[in-house]
Design a binder for this molecule. Structure first.
Ligand code: DQA
Length: 143
């Protein structure tokens, strides 16, 4: 089973960016650990990161041709992007929304997720554990 993991803006700066909110793990370390967790269940994960909204739309549109599901952390575009909502709706494979931080208990604007009604599940507020929960969810869904 192959999953596409899509990361939005500023997640490339993990480790140095607001470590009190997002932790000290770098983007490369996070990706490696998520891939290792998935591989224990025979799941492979391809990772795409961009700071540009249109790139994220392109990655979503491409994902169904190479994977059975998407794990999406759109970062700040979660709270602003109709284009990402439309892209999630446009593709035929399940998309799971993930965030490292607890977006429900931060600034009020982070409680808004444009994609939330279009995704099959949401996991947030548990750091890397949120990604593991997304993988476990998709594993069950694809049984
Ligand atoms: C984030 C939460 C977003 O509100 C923020 O803009 C991010 C990261 C998270 O993973 O906690 O960049 O998606």
């Amino acid at each position: 089973m192959h999953i596409t993991l899509i990361h939005g803006p500023n997640l490339n700066l993990l480790g140095q960016r607001e470590p009190e909110v997002y932790g000290v793990m770098t983007h490369d370390e996070l990706v490696k650990q998520v891939q290792e967790y998935a591989s224990a269940s025979g799941i492979t994960i391809q990772v795409k990161q961009s700071n540009h909204e249109g790139d994220l739309v392109d990655y979503l549109q491409y994902a169904p041709s190479v994977s059975v599901a998407v794990i999406l952390n759109p970062a700040a575009y979660t709270h602003t992007s109709v284009a990402l909502l439309d892209a999630v709706r446009a593709i035929s494979i399940p998309v799971v929304e993930v965030h490292l931080s607890d977006i429900e208990s931060r600034e009020p604007f982070r409680r808004v997720s444009y994609i939330k009604d279009a995704v099959v599940a949401r996991f947030f507020g548990k750091g890397i554990q949120s990604y593991y929960e997304a993988i476990d969810f998709l594993k069950e869904l694809n049984k």
